[in-house]
Design a protein around this ligand. Structure first.
Ligand code: CDP
Length: 228
């Protein structure tokens, strides 16, 4: 077989998908596409426009008109990419607690998913891509050659997110982070459209006892096995 052309990484909040996705894409010289950024951008834009998260019609309409761009990083401040919404740099704004608090409600709206999934699929079908999210292996790119579902315990995921926020100089409470991860997982896995779940042909990696390097090594092995 050949090197997988499309690789999907799905899994619950803060399971290390973004880190693995970026590292794997760099290793393969593929495009790294973190779809969570798009749901976060719509959520940020709704908050910014004073639209209530509960206003499904207004949030859905916003998702159809907003222009989200993900470009190579222009600043050396720890970012992997620039995120622009209608030309405004919102790279760090989309990581704020308010966005964490609203994003799963926004991502459950069928209209929002329809608008964003179409864009994701168009980019994914170009190939040479590592795409990261919740429904990539099941809905966005079901034809992908290699699908990874990354898991870790809530305690480990909360610890990682806590360190991430601390490392970029932010304030965080471990309890609040744990609550938010559990609430997002609950909404993400029980919604009607494209719920979080492993595709039947996904390979499940439990990263609880593995650091980022070991997870990357495990994923590289899967890529190599696919080539045999
Ligand atoms: O980085 P973290 O795991 O905290 O979250 P993320 O990947 O940035 O995704 C934020 C939220 O967007 C998730 O909790 C989901 O509600 C939603 N999402 C989704 O529904 N489908 C995707 N393909 C990606 C994200």
């Amino acid at each position: 077989m050949t090197i997988p052309n499309m690789i999907t990484i799905d899994g619950p909040a803060a399971s290390g998908k973004s880190t693995l996705g970026k590292n794997l894409a760099d290793w393969l010289d593929y495009l790294y596409f973190d779809t969570g950024v798009m749901y976060r951008a719509v959520t940020w834009a709704a908050l910014h426009a004073g639209i209530s998260m509960d206003d499904e019609a207004a949030v859905s309409a916003l998702s159809e008109t907003i222009d989200i761009d993900v470009l190579p990083p222009t600043q050396d401040d720890g970012r992997a990419y620039d995120v622009l919404a209608d030309g405004q740099d919102i790279t760090w704004d989309i990581r704020r607690a308010e966005v964490d608090g609203g994003v799963s409600v926004v991502a459950a709206y069928p209209g929002v998913r329809k608008a964003l999934t179409a864009q994701q699929r168009r980019i994914g079908l170009r190939g040479k891509v590592v795409m990261v999210g919740r429904d990539i292996g099941t809905v966005v790119l079901p034809e992908a050659d290699l699908k990874i579902y990354l898991e870790a315990s809530v305690a480990e995921r909360a610890r990682r997110r806590f360190n991430e926020i601390k490392n970029r100089g932010g304030q965080a409470s471990m309890d609040a982070i744990r609550e938010n991860l559990m609430e997002r997982d609950r909404i993400d896995s029980t919604r009607d459209v494209a719920p979080l779940c492993a595709a039947p042909d996904a390979i499940i990696l439990d990263s609880d006892q593995m650091d980022a390097n070991r997870v990357l090594e495990a994923a590289k092995k899967l890529v190599k096995k696919h080539q045999e």
